[in-house]
Design a protein around this ligand. Structure first.
Ligand code: ADP
Ligand code: ADP
Length: 224
C-alpha cells in the first residue's frame, strides 16, 4: 500500500515545532526516514501509527484517511515503537501468544500455528521457551518485529530499531526487514545512515521537522 503525507504539522504544548508541513510519498517496499535525534521522526511515526494527533495536514494509505479512519488503519498496521516494554518473566512464546489473543486470534489451535510461524520467521523458535529477561537486544528487537507482524499487517512502522545492536545482530535484523519489505510497505526510522543505505529503495532526510531531501539512497547518500 502507498502512503501519501501532505503538509503534516505538529507543535507540542511547550512550543516545540516537531513537524512543519511535512509532505512525503511512501511507496511499497522499504522506506528509510533518516534524521538526527530530535528531527521529528518519532512524532511522525506515532501520528502515522494513529497514536498521536497532528495539528494539520492529511495522510492517506491508498484510499483510507489515516487521520480519520483509525480503526481501519490499525487493522492494517504493525508498529514497533522506539522503546517497547519487555516483560522479563514470561517466555517469548507466552508473550507472543498473549499478544495474538489481544489481536483477536481466539482459536488456540490457529494461534499456535501463527505464533510458531512468526517465531520461525524471526529466528526465535529455538529460544521460544526462554524468559524474555534473558534476551539480548537483537533478540528483543526481533521479538518486537514478530509482535508487529501479528495480524498480517500491510504497513509496518519501525522506529529506531537498530540503536544498541551489535554488528551481527544488526545484520540479522536487516535481513529480517528486507524479507518483510518484499511484499509490504515498511517505514524504518533511524539516525544511522547505513541502515538506510543497506536496506531501503527510497528514503527521506528529515531535520528540525522539515523534509530536506527525498529519493533513492544511492543518489542522496553520496551527497551527505
Ligand atoms: P513515549 O512514551 O512515546 O516516548 P512521550 O511523548 O512522552 O511518549 O515522549 C516522546 C519523546 O519525546 C521521548 O523521547 C521524550 O524524551 C521526549 N519528550 C517527552 N516530553 C518532552 C518534553 N516536554 N520536551 C521535550 N521532549 C520531550
Ligand atoms: P526524533 O524521533 O527524530 O528524535 P521526536 O519526534 O522524538 O524526534 O522529537 C521532535 C522534537 O519534539 C524534539 O525537539 C523533542 O524534544 C520534541 N518532543 C517530542 N515529544 C515531545 C512531547 N511529548 N512534548 C514536547 N516536546 C516533545
Amino acid at each position: 500500500m502507498e502512503l501519501q503525507i501532505r503538509n503534516l504539522s505538529k507543535t507540542y504544548a511547550n512550543g516545540v515545532v516537531a513537524l512543519d508541513r511535512v509532505s512525503l510519498s511512501i511507496p511499497p517496499g522499504m522506506f528509510g526516514l533518516l534524521g538526527p535525534n530530535g528531527a521529528g521522526k518519532s512524532t511522525l511515526m506515532r501520528i502515522l501509527a494513529t497514536l498521536q494527533e497532528c495539528d494539520s495536514g492529511s495522510v492517506f494509505l491508498d484510499d483510507i484517511d489515516v487521520l480519520d479512519e483509525k480503526d481501519e488503519v490499525r487493522r492494517l498496521l504493525g508498529y514497533l515503537p522506539q522503546d517497547f516494554g519487555v516483560y522479563p518473566k514470561v517466555t517469548a512464546y507466552e508473550l507472543l501468544d498473549h499478544f495474538a489473543q489481544l489481536k483477536g486470534l481466539a482459536q488456540r489451535h490457529r494461534r499456535r500455528e501463527v505464533v510458531d510461524a512468526l517465531l520461525q520467521q524471526t529466528n526465535l523458535f529455538e529460544v521460544r521457551n526462554q524468559k524474555m529477561g534473558t534476551f539480548s537486544g537483537g533478540m528483543r528487537q526481533r521479538f518486537g518485529i514478530a509482535q508487529a507482524l501479528l495480524g498480517d499487517p500491510q504497513l509496518i512502522i519501525v522506529d529506531e530499531p537498530t540503536a544498541g545492536l551489535d554488528p551481527q545482530e544488526r545484520v540479522r535484523f536487516h535481513n529480517l526487514l528486507s524479507d518483510i519489505g518484499e511484499d509490504k510497505t515498511v517505514i524504518l526510522s533511524t539516525h544511522i545512515v547505513s541502515d538506510v543505505a543497506d536496506l531501503c529503495a527510497n528514503m527521506a532526510i528529515i531535520n528540525k521537522g522539515h523534509v530536506l531531501l527525498c529519493g533513492e539512497p544511492v543518489r542522496l547518500i553520496e551527497g551527505i
